[in-house]
Design a protein around this ligand. Structure first.
Ligand SMILES: [Fe+2]
Ligand SMILES: [Fe+2]
Length: 199
């Protein structure tokens, strides 16, 4: 079975933009943390998190991404279940609705990493380890900040994920989720180059 290291090979083969690679690493970290939190298959969750946008650079439109990417994964012998999760992160284009818990997790973790990264980058230290939930909250409320992050979609995806997870996340809300993703990203500050080196 293919796993995280195979995903890394595919990502680096098709993606040169370091920011896009960092986005996938951020989503991987969040997915890995959630798999641990929820007692799920960490390797699988990390793999889909890392892999999900591998074809965005070669298919930069939503009529191609991630459908065409999925074909590539199929040719290379990726498991259908992993491909299905990748397809489910853009149901409007692929027709594949999120169904498994891992699909809902991916949808909930994807865009919010962008807002967190943007929040870290406007800090003078450019160190994600200095970012607190409070600052992300403030930036969330400023709709012109990282305007590409569709707040409504994030709310919807987060609600669906929390509901799908059931009892383990029963008392969770949007902010707890964002804080969880923030902490996961803080854990890989160096890989994200959000460890102060850009200051
Ligand atoms: Fe995507
Ligand atoms: Fe993404």
């Amino acid at each position: 079975m293919k796993g995280r290291e195979d995903a890394w090979q595919v990502v680096t083969e098709f993606t040169k933009n370091p920011n896009l690679i960092k986005h996938m690493l951020a989503v991987e970290a969040a997915m890995r943390a959630y798999a641990r939190e929820l007692g799920q298959d960490e390797e699988r969750w990390a793999t889909v998190g890392l892999l999900h946008d591998f074809d965005w650079e070669i298919h930069p439109t939503l009529d191609e991404h991630p459908i065409k990417g999925a074909e590539k994964l199929r040719e290379r012998g990726w498991e259908e279940e992993i491909i299905r999760t990748v397809l489910s992160h853009y149901p409007a284009g692929t027709g594949v609705q999120p169904a498994a818990l891992v699909d809902f997790a991916l949808a909930a973790c994807d865009d919010i990493t962008g807002l967190i990264t943007a929040t870290a980058l406007v800090r003078p230290s450019k160190d994600i380890r200095d970012v607190r939930l409070k600052s992300v909250k403030k930036k969330w409320k400023d709709r012109s900040f990282a305007a590409g992050v569709n707040r409504q979609e994030v709310v919807k995806a987060t609600d669906q994920f929390i509901a799908a997870a059931g009892p383990p996340l029963a008392s969770w809300d949007l902010w707890r989720h964002i804080d969880f993703v923030l902490q996961a990203m803080q854990g890989i500050a160096a890989a994200l180059e959000l460890d102060g080196r850009l200051a």
